[in-house]
Design a protein around this ligand. Structure first.
Ligand code: GTP
Ligand code: MG
Length: 637
C-alpha cells in the first residue's frame, strides 16, 4: 500500500461483512484486499471465523477498511461488536446454500442499526450451475424485499475462481459514494473493539470512530470508570496520522492505562463529555415474529459492548406485533449512551436477536410505569434538542438542572449545544440562574418556589413580629428541597424586585416593620422606663424583666431594644439606656478640659456609681473609644 499525499487525501469508508457461517465472507475479503482476515490459531485450524478480522484496501477512489465478522450463530455477539459504525454491508450468501438463519439474523441486525447501504455477494458461484444461481438470486431478492437493502445490487462471485471481483468492487464503489458524510453534532466516541500491547509502544486499542475527532496528545477518558489516558499515537486504516476523524478505523496508542484494565465494549471519550448510566429511555421495536415482555432480561448491544439488562415497558405486558413501544432498559452495568443511539437486543436465553431500541434519553432515571411516563418518553421520540432540554428542565422541577448535566445528556459537541442552549436562554419558560455552573429551572417552578420563599418569610414575621426578619440560613433550611444557590438566587431576585429587603444577615418583607401596639407597646414603654429610672445604675435585666406582666414578651422586647440600640449592654448583667449613657459622655466632656486626666475615684465621685458598676462602665468607655487609659488614669480621646 503506497502512502503518497494523494492517497492520504482519499476519503475513508468502512465495509462490514455479514452472512451465514461458511458462506465465504473471509475468502471474499482476501480476494478483494489480499489479506486473509482470520488470525487466531483456532480460526485457522477450524476454518471458521471466531472474532473480528480486519483488512485494508483502496479501490474506487476510497480507502476502504473491511471488518470481517464471524457467521457462526454462537459468535453473533462478536459480529455485533464489529458492525456498529460501518458505512455499508457486504452480505455474503452462498449460491449453493442460499438464505440461511444467520443470513436473516445479520440482515435484521443491519436493519436495526440503520445500516442501509450494501451489496450482496452471491458467493461460491463456481459450485453451482446458472439455474441454481438464478434460484438463489430470487430467494435473495425475496429476502431483501421491504428492507433498507431492497435495492442492493446482487453480484455473482467466486473467491476461489476469482470471478466477479471487479463487479463487486464497482458495486461497492457506487454504494460507498452514496454514503453520507459523518459530520455530526455528536460528541467524540470510540467504542473499543480490540486491545493489545505493541512492544515499544504499550497499550493500543482499536475501534470505529463514531463521531468527532481524536488528535495525538489529546487527554481522553475510558468509560465506564473515567480512567484518564492520553493519546501517544494514532493510526488510521494502518497508517500513522496526527489526527483521526469520524468514520475511520482507528488504532490509538494510549498512555496511562494497562491492557489489563481495558476490555472490549469500553468507550473512549473526551473528559466530562459522556456520563455512563444504568437506565435508558428507549423506543423498542421487536423483530417480526418476536415480542418483548415487561421485565424481560435481554442482552444489550451497542458499539462494541454487550451488557445485560431488563426491558421495562411503560404500558402493557408485552410489545404488540409491528408496533413500536416505549419503555426503559435497566442495565446491570453503566454505559455511556446518548440520544439517537441504535441498540440491538438479544434474548438472554436461548440467545437470539429479537429487537432493536433507539435511545431517547440516558439520564431520565427510573420511571414509574403508566401513562405519564409513556407520554414523556413518546414525546422525546419526536422532539428536537431544544424541546428535549425544555422537557428535562420541566421534569426537574424547582431543583433545576445544572448546565454540564444538560450538556452530557444531550451528547452534543460544545458548538452544537451552545447553539441550542443560547436559543433556550431567551425562552420565557426557562429561568437560568447564573450560579457556577448555571442552573436551568422551569419558570413555573421558579414562580412556585418564589411564592414559597415569600410564604416562609411572611409566616416568620407572624411568629416573630419583633424580629427584623428570617436568617438566610434558616430560610435555606426551611426550603431544603432546593439547592442553597437557588434559594439565594430567588431571595436576591426578590430583593431586586423590591419584595424582600436585606436586614443584616436576615431577610424581611420590604413592608415589614417591627411594630409595637397596644399591650406590647405598653410593656415596651414599661421596660424602657424601668431601665431609665435606674439611670446609670439600674437593676439587672433579669430583675427588671421579672417585674413586667409577661416575662416572655419582656425578653423579646429587651432583645429588640438592644437591637434597636435603645438599651446598651455594658455587660450581660449591666444594661443602661442609650440616653443615660449619652448623658454620661456629655457630662465627662463638660468636666474635663483637653488632655486632663481622671482616676476611678474621680469617676465614682462624679457619677455616684459603685465599684461594681464603674469598672465595667469605664472599660466600656475605653472599648468605645470615649476614653483611653494612661497608666492608672484616663483621658478623653
Ligand atoms: N468453491 C468455493 N469455495 C469457497 C469460496 N469461497 C469460500 N470458499 C470456501 O468455503 C469455506 C468457508 O469460507 P470462509 O471464507 O471461511 O467462510 P466464512 O463466511 O468466512 O465463514 P465464517 O467466517 O466461519 O462464517 C472455505 O473452505 C473456503 O475455501 C468460493 O467462492 N468457491
Ligand atoms: Mg470468516
Amino acid at each position: 500500500v503506497s502512502d503518497t499525499p494523494e492517497d492520504a487525501a482519499l476519503p475513508y469508508r468502512i465495509v462490514g461483512t455479514a452472512g451465514h457461517i461458511d458462506h465465504g465472507k473471509s475468502a471474499l475479503v482476501e480476494a478483494l484486499t489480499g489479506v486473509h482476515p482470520d488470525r487466531l490459531r483456532e480460526e485457522i485450524e477450524r476454518g471458521i471465523t471466531i472474532d473480528l478480522g480486519f483488512a485494508d484496501s483502496e479501490f474506487g477512489g476510497f480507502h476502504v477498511a473491511v471488518i470481517d465478522v464471524p457467521g457462526h450463530e454462537r459468535f453473533v455477539k462478536n459480529m455485533l461488536a464489529g458492525v456498529g459504525g460501518i458505512d455499508a454491508v457486504l452480505l455474503a450468501i452462498a449460491a449453493d446454500e442460499s438464505v440461511m438463519p444467520q443470513t436473516r439474523e445479520h440482515l435484521a441486525i443491519c436493519e436495526l442499526l440503520g445500516v442501509d447501504n450494501g451489496v450482496v455477494a452471491l458467493t461460491k458461484c463456481d459450485m453451482v450451475d446458472g439455474e441454481i444461481a438464478e434460484l438463489a438470486e430470487l430467494e435473495v431478492a425475496e429476502l431483501l424485499e421491504g428492507t433498507a437493502l431492497r435495492a442492493a445490487p446482487i453480484v455473482r462471485t467466486s473467491a476461489t475462481a476469482g470471478v466477479g471481483l471487479d463487479d463487486l468492487r464497482t458495486a461497492l464503489t457506487e454504494v460507498l459514494s452514496r454514503v453520507p458524510g459523518r459530520e455530526s453534532d455528536l460528541v467524540m466516541r470510540l467504542p473499543i473493539d480490540r486491545i493489545f500491547t505493541i512492544r515499544g509502544f504499550g497499550t493500543v486499542v482499536t475501534g470505529t470512530l463514531l463521531a468527532g475527532q481524536i488528535d495525538v496528545g489529546d487527554k481522553l477518558e475510558v468509560l465506564p470508570g473515567g480512567a484518564p489516558v492520553s493519546v501517544r499515537g494514532l493510526q488510521v486504516h494502518g497508517a500513522a496520522t496526527p489526527s483521526a476523524r469520524a468514520g475511520q478505523r482507528v488504532a490509538v496508542n494510549l498512555h496511562g492505562v494497562n491492557t489489563g484494565d481495558l476490555q472490549r465494549g469500553m468507550t473512549l471519550g473526551m473528559p466530562g463529555e459522556l456520563a455512563p448510566s444504568h437506565i435508558l429511555d428507549v423506543r423498542l421495536e421487536a423483530l417480526p415474529g418476536f415480542s418483548l415482555e415487561h421485565m424481560q432480561r435481554v442482552r444489550f448491544h451497542h458499539g462494541a459492548a454487550e451488557l445485560l439488562g431488563r426491558v421495562v415497558l411503560m404500558a402493557g405486558d408485552a410489545t404488540a406485533e409491528g408496533l413500536p413501544a416505549y419503555g426503559q432498559i435497566r442495565l446491570e452495568a453503566p454505559y455511556p449512551a446518548i440520544p439517537g443511539d441504535r441498540v440491538v437486543l438479544r434474548r438472554y436465553s436461548p440467545i437470539m436477536t429479537i429487537a432493536g431500541a433507539t435511545v431517547l434519553d440516558a439520564h431520565a432515571g427510573k420511571r414509574r410505569r403508566g401513562a405519564l411516563s409513556l407520554a414523556a418518553i413518546r414525546a422525546a421520540d419526536t422532539a428536537d434538542a431544544a424541546q428535549r432540554v425544555r422537557a428535562w428542565i420541566r421534569a426537574a422541577g424547582p431543583r433545576g438542572v445544572a448546565e454540564p448535566t444538560l450538556a452530557r445528556r444531550l451528547g452534543l459537541t460544545s458548538a452544537a449545544r451552545t447553539a441550542t442552549l443560547t436559543a433556550l436562554r431567551t425562552d420565557p419558560a426557562v429561568v437560568v440562574v447564573d450560579t457556577t455552573p448555571p442552573q436551568w429551572i422551569d419558570r413555573d417552578a421558579v414562580e412556585a418556589a418564589t411564592a414559597t420563599v415569600l410564604e416562609h418569610v411572611t409566616a416568620y414575621h407572624q411568629a416573630h413580629p419583633l424580629r427584623p426578619g428570617i436568617e438566610r440560613g434558616v430560610l435555606r433550611g426551611a426550603l431544603d428541597h432546593l439547592p442553597d444557590s437557588v434559594v439565594d438566587a430567588l431571595i436576591d431576585g426578590l430583593v431586586v424586585r423590591g419584595a424582600l429587603a436585606n436586614s443584616g444577615a436576615a431577610v424581611a418583607l420590604a413592608s415589614h416593620q417591627v411594630g409595637l401596639s397596644g399591650e406590647v407597646e405598653e410593656q415596651h414603654n414599661a421596660l424602657l422606663a424601668a431601665f431609665a429610672r435606674g439611670e446609670l445604675a439600674p437593676p439587672t435585666p433579669d430583675e427588671i424583666m421579672a417585674t413586667l406582666a409577661s416575662p416572655t414578651l419582656a425578653r423579646e422586647l429587651f432583645h429588640l431594644a438592644i437591637r434597636q440600640a435603645q438599651l446598651v449592654r455594658i455587660t450581660d448583667q449591666y444594661v443602661v439606656t442609650a440616653t443615660a449613657l449619652a448623658a454620661l459622655v456629655d457630662d465627662l466632656r463638660a468636666r474635663l478640659t483637653s488632655g486632663a486626666t481622671f482616676t476611678i475615684s474621680d469617676f465614682k465621685a462624679w457619677t455616684g456609681l459603685s465599684r461594681r458598676h464603674s469598672i465595667p462602665m469605664l472599660e466600656h468607655l475605653d472599648a468605645t473609644r470615649v476614653t483611653r487609659r494612661e497608666g492608672d488614669a484616663r483621658v478623653l480621646t
